[in-house]
Design a protein around this ligand. Structure first.
Ligand code: FES
Length: 90
């Protein structure tokens, strides 16, 4: 199992290795709206463990080009975790 720590919530959520992080919907305070990489409601800053995420796919790249202001930002609805732990905040 992989782990996602959401600093704003002060909690760690476990998800299966290889999960698209939309699985966090309803398990933390990150807001998920479109779940398709086009609204940025789920944008977070990855403060630890970026290496444990798959590189952005084409959908996420388009969303990040539009909404991200920093290379540490990712869209949780389309980002995929490989394994291990990441720490995020928003
Ligand atoms: S929920 Fe809209 S971009 Fe992630």
């Amino acid at each position: 199992m992989a782990q996602v720590e959401i600093k704003n919530d002060g909690k760690v959520v476990e998800v299966p290795d290889g999960s698209v992080l939309a699985v966090l919907d309803g398990k933390c305070s990150i807001l998920f709206a479109c779940k398709s990489g086009s609204c940025a409601s789920c944008k977070v800053r990855v403060v630890e463990g970026m290496e444990n995420l798959e590189p952005p796919n084409e959908v996420e790249k388009m969303g990040l080009e539009t909404f991200a202001t920093d290379p540490s930002e990712r869209l949780m609805c389309v980002a995929k975790i490989k394994s291990g732990k990441i720490v995020v905040e928003y």
